[in-house]
Design a protein around this ligand. Structure first.
Ligand code: SRM
Ligand code: SF4
Length: 574
């Protein structure tokens, strides 16, 4: 049998000399705002994507102008924790180099949009001066490691955050290319024999890799959507270790049933001391057994499905000094954020603010960014980015709280979470105008759709009932729509596939309810189901569970079933 050809990206990585490519030369070329195709792939490993403003495409084409190229920069924030000083610097750079906004992502990172090529190197250098970085924020490597954002609430959270930071540091690429290109680091020649990347090797991973740590009962980091997750197990108030979950992921492609979202399998239990070792070995398994021929089949979730979770466990155990133990009991209640103030055992307070779409910006009626800047100037605690695109002003000392509360009122932030439970549990990915892959709007459209749906919910007395609702501009699933109770996924401009039946704690995949629905018809489509829910739900029954019990959709038990048992009416012509 002939060997399958490797994916093009594999040869780009091989030729790149550990991610150098011709990035330095490309940055110096002032004749264009773009970079070469190969370097665009390599730039991702350095934390930046070439994009263009899609709102301007048609006009620029008409005037025979190059696309309006610019770069997105993703800043890694392991566990989502940033200091006030870092917040102020990110805020400054958002004005100086980017489009005046800070994007809080669904993986607890910062993003800048709209950086032009001539500012790229300086921006990345200045990010590094703040003790943050962008390496491995994107690319075929381990990405930003997530962790529940409220570590001060207990000793366990603090330990989980430390574990996330340790994993992140251990799996950061070792190549000096990053320092050479962006930080004017000295070029050190390496010999053929030297091991530059002890974990990744020359061709890194077949595809992106994602890790998270959760402390039950909160699954606010969506462990079931990650390649590898650790679930903290607490016995008698003490962290005794972590359950290990493998093979979660969201990305899929419309019309290609070989691609599908997948819920992670919980395969065993490790001690706190084993966490970094387990992460390293799982990454090595994916490095060696992941599919490098087809990038649509190269995520770890497919390695897990192709070989079986039992095989992954056996392989892992053969590589560990001590094998994993049996899975311990755990329970997740939800995957949302807890808004408002909470106080911890030390007397410090933490305030979770609702940030629509994770977009921190000023508008005439809501100077949110200015308010956060003024708070950062005096706040002695830190800022925590949540995986639901929200923000925690964390660790506020008792003597500072009144002063911070005054600023919250002054800038309109105090009421940020006075929203319907639907809105507080809603997520939208970036989509247009910056995302080159989006088929429809998400961040710019969801708030209006929520306003329409709120009318229906209020009408049925459901304003305070939490229902998770997520929208993405395409099926890559950046806002994890396939595990929400209601999911909208861009199909065509202005049209969405509507999914129902996801688990309230992110523990179950949804199912297609109706394909290619115009945005303007979504309220009409969902209103009868919402009315039925208000009338006939069981005590405490969640919307996703209800949709399955009432037969609106079949339950999706595992990723491979995602495209099965869809009602024929779901495909009726629109
Ligand atoms: Fe994502 C690609 C934005 C979280 C699955 N994602 C992209 C790109 C870079 C588009 C591109 O490749 O050209 C988007 C840039 C848009 C822009 O203009 O900023 C993009 N993804 C985002 C963010 C910013 C969405 C947000 O609104 O917060 C999130 C940044 C996270 C971070 O800080 O690292 C983001 N992306 C996710 C998640 C959620 C998660 O990780 O928990 C997923 C689903 C989980 C998963 O990985 O399976 C996700 N993004 C993808 C995929 C599909 C991968 C696949 O398995 O097929 C792509 C496309 C790709 O890789 O080819 C993608
Ligand atoms: Fe872009 Fe699709 Fe991700 Fe949304 S889900 S940010 S449209 S790649």
């Amino acid at each position: 049998m002939s060997e399958k050809k490797l994916a093009v990206n594999e040869s780009i990585k091989t030729r790149s000399n550990y991610l150098r490519g011709t990035i330095t030369e490309g940055l110096a070329d002032q004749s264009t705002g773009s970079m070469s195709e190969d370097d665009q792939q390599l730039l991702k490993f350095h934390g930046t994507y070439q994009q263009d403003d899609r709102d301007l495409r048609a006009n620029r084409r008409k005037h025979r102008l190059e696309k309006a190229y610019s770069f997105m920069i993703r800043i890694r924030v392991p566990g989502g924790v940033s200091t006030s000083e870092q917040w102020l610097e990110v805020d400054r750079m958002a004005t100086q180099f980017a489009n005046g906004t800070i994007k809080l992502t669904t993986r607890q990172a910062f993003q800048f949009h709209g950086i032009i090529k001539s500012n790229l190197k300086r921006t990345i250098a200045e990010i590094n001066q703040t003790a943050l970085d962008t390496i491995a924020a994107c690319g075929d490597v381990n990405r930003n490691v997530m962790c529940n954002p409220n570590p001060y609430l207990s000793e366990v959270h603090a330990l989980a955050l430390k574990a996330a930071q340790d994993i992140s540091a251990h799996l950061t690429p070792q190549t000096r290319a990053y320092h050479e290109i962006w930080l004017d680091g000295e070029k050190i020649e390496t010999t053929e024999q030297e091991i530059v990347e002890p974990i990744y090797g020359k061709t890194y991973l077949p595809r992106k890799f994602k890790i998270t740590i959760a402390v039950p009962p909160s699954n606010d980091v969506d462990i079931y959507a990650n390649c590898l997750s650790f679930i903290a197990i607490v016995e008698n108030g003490k962290l005794v270790g972590y359950n290990v979950a493998v093979g979660g992921g969201m990305g899929s492609t419309h019309g290609n049933d070989a691609t599908y979202p997948r819920i992670a399998d919980v395969i065993g239990f490790c001690t706190p001391e084993q966490v970094v070792e387990v992460a390293e070995k799982i990454v090595i398994i994916q490095r060696d057994f992941g599919d490098r021929t087809d990038r649509k089949h190269s995520r770890f979730k497919y390695t897990v499905d192709d070989r079986g979770a039992d095989w992954i466990l056996a392989q892992l155990n053969s590589m560990l000094e001590n094998p994993l133990g049996p899975v311990r009991e755990f329970h997740f209640e939800d995957n949302g954020d807890r808004f408002g103030w909470v106080e911890d055992a030390n007397g410090n307070s933490h305030l979770t603010l609702y940030i629509s779409g994770g977009r921190v910006l000023d508008t005439p009626s809501y100077p949110m960014r200015t308010g956060l800047r003024e708070i950062a100037k005096i706040h002695q605690g830190d800022f925590r980015l949540t995986a639901n695109q929200n923000l925690v002003i964390a660790n506020v000392a008792p003597q500072q709280r009144a002063e911070i509360e005054k600023l919250l009122v002054k800038y309109g932030l105090a009421d940020s979470h006075q929203q319907s439970a639907l809105r507080l549990n809603a997520l939208a990915c970036v989509a247009l105008p910056t995302c080159g892959l989006s088929l429809a709007e998400a961040e710019r459209y969801l708030p209006d759709l929520l306003t329409e749906l709120e009318e229906t919910l209020e009408h049925h007395g459901l304003r305070h009932d939490a229902i998770t609702i997520r929208m993405t501009g395409c099926p890559n699933g950046c806002a994890r729509p396939f595990i929400s109770e209601i999911g909208f996924v861009g199909r065509n401009p202005g049209r969405y596939n509507v999914y129902l039946g996801g688990g309230f704690a992110g523990q179950r995949l949804s199912k297609l309810y109706k394909e290619n629905v115009p945005g303007g018809e979504i309220k009409e489509l969902l209103s009868p189901i919402i009315a039925d829910y208000a009338k006939t739900r069981n005590e405490g029954e969640r919307f996703g569970d209800f949709c399955i019990r009432q037969g609106y959709v079949a339950a999706t038990v595992q990723g491979r079933d995602f495209h099965l048992n869809i009602r024929p009416e779901a495909f009726a012509a629109n």
